[in-house]
Write a protein that binds this ligand. Sequence first.
Ligand SMILES: Nc1ncnc2c1ncn2[C@@H]1O[C@H](COP(=O)(O)OP(=O)(O)O)[C@@H](O)[C@H]1O
Ligand SMILES: [Mg+2]
Length: 239
Amino acid sequence: MVSNVRVKGRNRDRLRDVSLALSAGRTLAVVGESGAGKSTLIAAILGLLKPSEGTISWNGAPTRAVRPALVIQEPRAAFNPVLSLRRSIMEPVVAQGIVLTEGRLQRLCAGLELPEEVLDRRPGEVSIGQAQRAGILRALIAAPPLILFDEPLSALDAVTQKHTARLIFDLQKEEGFAALIVTHDLGYAVAYGDQIAVLKAGRIEEIADADVFAINPRSDYCCSLRDAAIALGSLEVAA
Ligand SMILES: Nc1ncnc2c1ncn2[C@@H]1O[C@H](COP(=O)(O)OP(=O)(O)O)[C@@H](O)[C@H]1O
Ligand SMILES: [Mg+2]
């Protein structure tokens, strides 16, 4: 739960009066142009930045206490280049002293369509799509209640994007984590988000259920975002 959060910046606030709710099994898609404050929001939820006003909590505790997981934008940069993917993936498990249930790694690999032998390679020895899915695996392995995705599909080609979006969606149904997905792709946001939040210059311009937003965005800014996504072919809205 993010309530009335303000994060100060040098010249203007990086976030201003931002409130939103994240709940188990649901996806909030955060859309906004470069500099809107999307990564700042993620850093604040992770506890890496302290808001100057407002509160961020999860079931009454500070969010960082539940160890939310992060999937970063650049898949290979998420991994230590000299370690096997397996070592990096198991790092949160080892660090938290978690004992994995029998077959969990294998099940997640299957769900992500990631052959397990790929995990014994280094990040430079796998395709970008495999590195991306390994990053998602690392986020999922310790079963966090909340996963933050910062532009998770931006390094992938269009076909792999669709496929990976579907895999994340299916895994969420099984694992039940709450997801916050930052994206500039409104079509993806509407297809896989339960709610859409549009950030503009550090403020929430609009927050709405995804199907409502796609048909009837309220502000001129959100209408222009929606119309641009339709023109690009990323969003289809039934007439
Ligand atoms: N480490 C930082 N210190 C101060 N200001 C920053 C820092 N990182 C980003 N900003 C500023 O905060 C605002 C939001 O940036 P950011 O959250 O990175 O946007 P987005 O992820 O939506 O592109 C921008 O004005 C940016 O210049
Ligand atoms: Mg960013």
